[in-house]
Ligand binder design. Structure first.
Ligand code: GAL
Length: 656
C-alpha cells in the first residue's frame, strides 16, 4: 500500500488551522470525523508561523493541532512549508528573490517568490525541514511527508545572477567543452558564438526570438534545480524520519515546465493536483487524461489526488460551480484510474486572502450546504469502495507523452502559432475515451505491450525514440503518428534531409512543405472529414495514401497514409482532425491492431477496469445499462446480467 500506515482510501484535504482561532480546531476535527476524513495535509504555507524570525521556532500550535487530529483518528500528511518563504528571509537575503525574464524583481506578499538556485533559500529550507522532521518523526499522526507545494508553479525559472552562475555550472557538466556547447546551440546562427563560459546567460528576454537550443537547455536546467531542491528535502526527511514516505504534489498535464517522468522516479508516492477547466466542454475527459498520465508516471501503481476542488476555484476567468453530482463523478473518476486517495483544496474555506472565493469541503455556508452533504456522502461511499484500494488499472492502448517535445513545439517561430501539444494529445485521447479504450501513457523511448500506440505530436524526436518506435512496429505494433512529428533533435536542429527526418523511413513518406492554414480556414478530406490549422504536402515513399485533401493548399495530396513495416503498420495523419473527424482513421488503425471499440455502450459512459472491478461513470442525462454480473459496491446489490447506472451516477461492480 502506498501509505503503509493508512488502512483505508485516503480522504481529506489541505488543513490550514493557522487561519483560524484555536477554538475552531476541535470543531474541525469533529466535522472531519462526520465527513469520514482520515488524512489532512497540514502546514503547507506555515513557515512564517513556525519560524517567525531566523532560527526562532514556534511549534506549540502545530503540536496541538497534530495531537487534536490524532485524538480524532485523523492522520497527517505533514508539509514542509518551503513554498512560502517568510518576509524576513527575503529581506535578510535579497539575492534569494525571484527575478523574471525581463529582469523584474518579484516582491513579497504572495508565495514561491524565491530563486530556486539561491544558496540562502536552500540553506534556510534545509533548516526548517530538519526542525520539522526532528520534532515530528515520531508523532503518531504522521503517515506521509509532503515536500514543498507544486514545485515551480509560480517560479519555474529564475533569471538572476545566481541562476546564471548555476546555469553555467550545469552547462559545463553537460557539455564539458565550450566547443560542444557552441555546436549543440548552433551558435554560428546570428553570430552567437561563445568564447568564454562567463558570456553565457540564462534565456533572458531578447529583442527578437532567442536561441531555441539555449531555451531548451534553460528549461532543462530550471527543472533540475527544482528537482535538486526536492531531493535535498526528501533526503533530510528520509534520514530523520525513516519509514514515512515522501511525496510532493505534481500538476500533471497542466504544468509544462516539470518533466514528471523524471520526478516520479524520485518520490516515494506519486501525487497529483487536478483542477477542471470549468468552461471546457466535457472537461471530465481532460480529467481522465490527467489521471491516466499520473498513473503512468507512477509506473502503473496507485497514486494520490492531493488536491482537487469540491466546486469552483478562484483563479479562472469565470469560476463556475460544479453541477449536481459532479464532485462525486470527478472524485470517483480519479479513483477508477488508479487513485488510492482523494484530497481537496481545502478543508475549511478561507475568510481572507487571495483564495477566499475558492470552494472547500466545509464552505462559508457551513454544514447547511449541498457541498457539505456531497462531501459527507463521498466519505461514506469511499468506505464501501475500500476493496478497490491497491488494485491496478488495465489499459488497452499506448500513447506517447513527452514534456521536452511539448517545450520545443511551443517555442518561438514555428510554422504556425496554432500548434498546441496538449490539444493534439487530448483530441486522440478523447476519441479513445468515447470508444471505451483505456490509455496507458508511455515515454517516447518506451513503447508499451499494447497493440496500438498513438504518437499525437512529437516535434522533438531523438534517434533513440525513432529506433524504439521502429522496433515497436517491426514487432507487430500499429502506430499512429500525427503531423509535425519527427522534425528536430534534442537541440531543436532539423534532422538532415527531407521532413520528417527521424520518422520518414518508418512512415514511408517525405513532407515537401508544411502548408499551415489561416486562422479561419478549414479543408475537407475525401472521406467527408473537415480539418483545420495544418496541412502538408506529402510524397509517399512506400506508404499508401488512404485519405486525400479535396481542397486547401495541399489539394489532391495525401492527407492520411498507411505503411506496413515488418509485422506492423505505421499510420500518418498530416492534418488537424478533431476527435469526431478522427473516427474513420482510428477505426481502421484499431482494426489493424485487432482492437474493437465498444460501440455497444453509450459514448458518455466512462468505463474503467481496475483489478476485479469495473467502474462505470454515467456523464449523460439519461440512464445507461452495462452488461455485467457481480456485486455492486456502492449499493451493495447483486447484479445478474445488466447493471443499471442512473444518469449522472457511478457504479462499481466486482466481477470475479
Ligand atoms: C493549487 C495550490 C493550492 C491552492 C489551489 C487553489 O495550485 O497548490 O495551495 O492554491 O491551487 O486551486
Amino acid at each position: 500500500m502506498i501509505i503503509p500506515r493508512l488502512d483505508r482510501i485516503a480522504y481529506g484535504g489541505d488543513y490550514n488551522p493557522e487561519q483560524w482561532p484555536p477554538e475552531v480546531w476541535p470543531e474541525d476535527v469533529r466535522l472531519m470525523r462526520e465527513a469520514g476524513v482520515n488524512l489532512v495535509t497540514v502546514g503547507v504555507f506555515s513557515w512564517a508561523q513556525l519560524e517567525p524570525a531566523e532560527g526562532e521556532y514556534r511549534f506549540d500550535w502545530l503540536d496541538r493541532v497534530l495531537d487534536l487530529l490524532h485524538g480524532g483518528g485523523i492522520a497527517v500528511d505533514l508539509a514542509t512549508p518551503t513554498a512560502a518563504p517568510p518576509a524576513w528571509l527575503t529581506h535578510r537575503y535579497p539575492a534569494s528573490r525571484l527575478v523574471g525574464r525581463a529582469g523584474q524583481v518579484f516582491g513579497t506578499g504572495a508565495r514561491q517568490s524565491f530563486c530556486p538556485s539561491s544558496p540562502d533559500y536552500r540553506a534556510a529550507a534545509a533548516r526548517i525541514t530538519e526542525q520539522l522532521a526532528t520534532r515530528y518523526a515520531g508523532h503518531p499522526a504522521l503517515v506521509l511527508w509532503h515536500a514543498h507545494n507544486e514545485y515551480g508553479c509560480h517560479n519555474p525559472s529564475c533569471y538572476c545572477e545566481t541562476s546564471a552562475a548555476a546555469f553555467r555550472t550545469w552547462l559545463r557538466r553537460r557539455y564539458g567543452e565550450l566547443a560542444a556547447l557552441n555546436a549543440a546551440w548552433s551558435t554560428t546562427f546570428w553570430g552567437q558564438r561563445y568564447g568564454d563560459w562567463a558570456e553565457i546567460e540564462p534565456a533572458r528576454l531578447t529583442p527578437t526570438a532567442g536561441n531555441p537550443a539555449q531555451q531548451l537547455d534553460f528549461l532543462r536546467f530550471s527543472a533540475e534545480e527544482h528537482l535538486a531542491n526536492f531531493r535535498a528535502e526528501r533526503d533530510i526527511l528520509h534520514r530523520l524520519s525513516p519509514g514515512i514516505p515522501v511525496t510532493t504534489n505534481f500538476m500533471i498535464a497542466s504544468c509544462k515546465t516539470m518533466d514528471y517522468w523524471r520526478w516520479a522516479d524520485e518520490v516515494d508516492v506519486v501525487s497529483n493536483d487536478h483542477y477542471l477547466r470549468a468552461e471546457q466542454a466535457d472537461n471530465h475527459i481532460e480529467l481522465a487524461m490527467a489521471a491516466d498520465l499520473t498513473r503512468a508516471v507512477a509506473g502503473g501503481r496507485p497514486w494520490l489526488v492531493l488536491e482537487h476542488s469540491t466546486s469552483a476555484v478562484n483563479w479562472q476567468p469565470r469560476n463556475i460551480a460544479k453541477r449536481p453530482g459532479e464532485l462525486r463523478r470527478n472524485s470517483l473518476a480519479h479513483l477508477a484510474r488508479g487513485a488510492d486517495g482523494l484530497l481537496f483544496f481545502q478543508w475549511r474555506a478561507s475568510r481572507f486572502g487571495a483564495e477566499k472565493f475558492h470552494s472547500a469541503m466545509l464552505p462559508h455556508g457551513g454544514t447547511e450546504t449541498q457541498v457539505w452533504r456531497d462531501v459527507v456522502a463521498l466519505g461514506a461511499a469511499l468506505d464501501s469502495l475500500g476493496p478497490v484500494r491497491g488494485t491496478t488499472v488495465r489499459a488497452d492502448v499506448g500513447m506517447v507523452w513527452d514534456w521536452e517535445s511539448w517545450w520545443a513545439l511551443e517555442l518561438d517561430c514555428r510554422p504556425s502559432v496554432d500548434l498546441d501539444y496538449v490539444e493534439r494529445v487530448h483530441a486522440y485521447y478523447e476519441w479513445l475515451w468515447r470508444a471505451h479504450l483505456t490509455v496507458e501513457f508511455v515515454r517516447p523511448t518506451d513503447p508499451p505491450d499494447h497493440p496500438l500506440l498513438i504518437v499525437p505530436s512529437l516535434y522533438l524526436t531523438t534517434a533513440e525514440t525513432a529506433t524504439a518506435l521502429t522496433r515497436y512496429v517491426e514487432n507487430g505494433g500499429t502506430l499512429v503518428v500525427s503531423y509535425f512529428s519527427g522534425i528536430v533533435d534534442a537541440n531543436d536542429a532539423v534532422h538532415p534531409g527531407p521532413h520528417p527526418g527521424a520518422l520518414r523511413d518508418l512512415l514511408g513518406l517525405t513532407v515537401e512543405e508544411f502548408r499551415p492554414l489561416r486562422s479561419d480556414e478549414s479543408v475537407h478530406l475525401d472521406n467527408g472529414a473537415t480539418a483545420d490549422t495544418w496541412t502538408e504536402l506529402i510524397t509517399p515513399r512506400g506508404a499508401t495514401p488512404i485519405l486525400s485533401y479535396l481542397d486547401g493548399p495541399a489539394a489532391a495530396a495525401p492527407a492520411v497514409t498507411r505503411h506496413p513495416v515488418g509485422g506492423g503498420v505505421a499510420w500518418y495523419v498530416s492534418t488537424r482532425l478533431r476527435a469526431g473527424d478522427l473516427d474513420d482513421v482510428l477505426r481502421r488503425a484499431c482494426a489493424d491492431a485487432g482492437l474493437a471499440p465498444r460501440d455497444d455502450l453509450p459514448a458518455d459512459l466512462e468505463l474503467v477496469r481496475r483489478g476485479p472491478f469495473r467502474i462505470a461513470i454515467n456523464h449523460a442525462d439519461q440512464d445507461a445499462k452495462l452488461p455485467a454480473t457481480g456485486t455492486e459496491l456502492l449499493t451493495g446489490s447483486p447484479c445478474d446480467g445488466l447493471l443499471h447506472i442512473p444518469a449522472g451516477e457511478v457504479r462499481v461492480i466486482r466481477t470475479d
